[in-house]
Design a protein around this ligand. Structure first.
Ligand SMILES: Nc1ncnc2c1ncn2[C@@H]1O[C@H](COP(=O)(O)OP(=O)(O)OP(=O)(O)O)[C@@H](O)[C@H]1O
Ligand SMILES: [Mg+2]
Length: 216
């Protein structure tokens, strides 16, 4: 479902990604591990079409990403990709439920329908009692779970997560990892997860190791 080939990216004269090749099957859960600064987040941003590589090719769900203009790209991203960031980027002026529903509203889903699905997800993640809270009135772990619900609301085929359980205690982390596997089993969603969590890496289908901008 995803092929990245010979992805290069530099910041200024500093090469960050140095010819990354990665193929992922539909329904596969792949974890990416590696030292701080290895280029994991940079790669995830490029795979997520948030950033463009200097050279190389990317195909997702049969769509060649290289040729898409900005408008097509953001439409593609909204429909196909869900993000769970290292820092969750919830919008501070909106409630938890509104934050979760925003990607659905952008896609044109009716308010009521989006809210029903949003509440289901908040419940599944154990934060339904915080639905009307704004981010500042939630704990870090609660905010993280809300951002996971937001990533899932449009049923994206590809979910990209950067340290999704980094802010969670071990119980909530385990329950989040279990949710990923359930979604894969029920909806055949594909996951690429950057993680330092060894347990998550060990239960994923495949672990990819990155060092100095390359996959080993
Ligand atoms: N916008 C930028 N401008 C300049 N350098 C950058 C930029 N973004 C990232 N870098 C550099 O690229 C390298 C890789 O960064 P990246 O965020 O991909 O690392 P990472 O593997 O995700 O690390 P961590 O585990 O700490 O999150 C780092 O050395 C970083 O300083
Ligand atoms: Mg990172």
């Amino acid at each position: 479902m995803l092929t990245a080939s010979q992805i290069h990216k530099s910041y200024g004269r500093l090469p960050i990604l140095r010819g990354v090749d990665l193929s992922v099957e539909k329904g596969e859960i792949v974890s990416i591990v590696g030292a701080s600064g290895a280029g994991k987040s940079t790669l995830l941003h490029i795979i997520g079409t948030l950033d463009r590589p200097d050279s190389g090719h990317l195909t997702i769900d049969g769509v060649k990403i290289d040729g898409l203009n900005e408008k097509k790209l953001s439409q593609f991203r909204n429909e196909h990709i869900g993000f769970v960031f290292q820092f969750h980027h919830l919008l501070p002026e909106f409630t938890a439920l509104e934050n979760v529903c925003i990607p659905a509203f952008i896609q044109g889903t009716a308010r009521r329908q989006a809210e029903i699905r949003g509440m289901e997800l908040l419940e599944r993640l154990g934060v339904q009692h915080r639905a009307e809270h704004k981010p500042a009135a939630m704990s870090g772990g609660e905010q993280q779970r809300v951002s996971v619900a937001r990533a899932l609301i449009n049923n994206p085929s590809l979910i990209l997560a950067d340290e999704p359980s980094g802010n969670l205690d071990s119980e909530n982390a385990a329950s989040l990892h279990q949710l990923f596997f359930e979604l894969r089993d029920s909806l055949a969603q594909t996951f690429i997860i950057v993680t330092h969590n060894e347990e998550l890496a060990s239960i994923s289908d495949r672990t990819v190791h990155m060092r100095d901008g390359q996959i080993l």
